[in-house]
Design a protein around this ligand. Structure first.
Ligand code: XBP
Ligand code: MG
Length: 255
């Protein structure tokens, strides 16, 4: 089947938001709430085992801070902390400190020019997607994506495939007509379970994850003059990820 759409994960794939965006935002929210919790880079790497900010806070308390006495209204408490974290995250994005990863803007622009359909498929909160896109690609850039599938739209977050199925249903597309872009183990488990071909760009937190099911694993999307490194799969002599290479991967030329 013909390739009709690119489905992009956000955190770690479009930008390195986890270490310098989400993590400090969680810490700011903890401090503002008078909590002495601090998620350093190494602990945060372990907490990334669980997707979703509210889910991550609960996972932290169950596994790393079992001393904490939960308040009676625990779910509301977590919701409040997370809402505060989202505000801090939006502020960090507005300061423009987190750039898109190499090649992301170029590929999105090429897709727009060639009228390739695009969607966002993420577990992060919708407001975070808006904040990242508007502060990097511009005020109207969210509208370039036909669907923004994000946050609590489906109850079962990645690694469950639900969010990909939801996005494809909205777009009236079959998995064979799409390519997914991910950066992590939870991400690829989700996309593969949704029967999607998947291209991975690794990052510091995910470089040792299992990507054996990926169709292509790269260190970055690359730019003209800034070649990617192919870590798994076939680069077909290309030096950066563009629609021509994505089409080859999609057709599975190597099979
Ligand atoms: C990233 C996540 C999110 C963020 C935090 O998923 O797991 O939970 O770390 O965002 P993806 P929230 O790579 O699929 O975008 O606090 O808004 O959940
Ligand atoms: Mg990700």
């Amino acid at each position: 089947m013909e390739l009709k759409a690119l489905l992009f994960d956000v955190d770690g794939t479009l930008a390195d938001t986890e270490k310098d965006g989400h993590r400090p935002a969680f810490n700011m929210a903890f401090e503002a709430a008078g909590l002495d919790w601090n998620w350093d880079e190494s602990l945060y790497g372990e907490l990334l085992a669980v997707t979703g900010g509210k889910e991550r806070i609960k996972y932290y308390l169950e596994n790393f801070n079992t001393q904490f006495v939960k308040p009676d209204n625990f779910d509301e408490f977590v919701k409040g902390l997370h809402a505060s974290k989202t505000e801090f995250y939006k502020q960090l994005m507005a300061e423009g400190k987190i750039p898109l990863r190499p090649g992301v803007e170029r590929l999105i622009n090429e897709a727009r020019q060639k009228e390739m359909r695009m969607a966002i498929v993420t577990t992060t909160t919708p407001a975070n997607v808006t904040a990242l896109l508007t502060n990097t690609l511009g005020a109207d850039s969210e509208s370039w994506f036909e669907v923004v599938a994000a946050g609590d739209i489906v109850p079962a977050k990645k690694p469950a495939p639900d969010i990909y199925f939801w996005a494809m249903e909205q777009m009236n597309l079959q998995p064979e007509e799409c390519m997914a872009f991910e950066d992590s183990s939870n991400g690829i488990q989700s996309s593969i379970a949704a029967n999607l071909k998947t291209i991975i760009t690794i990052n510091g937190y995910t470089k040792d994850d299992d990507f054996s099911q990926a169709d292509l694993v790269l260190d970055q999307m690359g730019e003209p003059g800034q070649a990617f490194q192919v870590l798994q799969g076939e680069g077909f002599g290309h030096h950066y990820l563009d629609l021509a290479l994505i089409a080859k991967i999609h057709k599975g030329f190597h099979q």
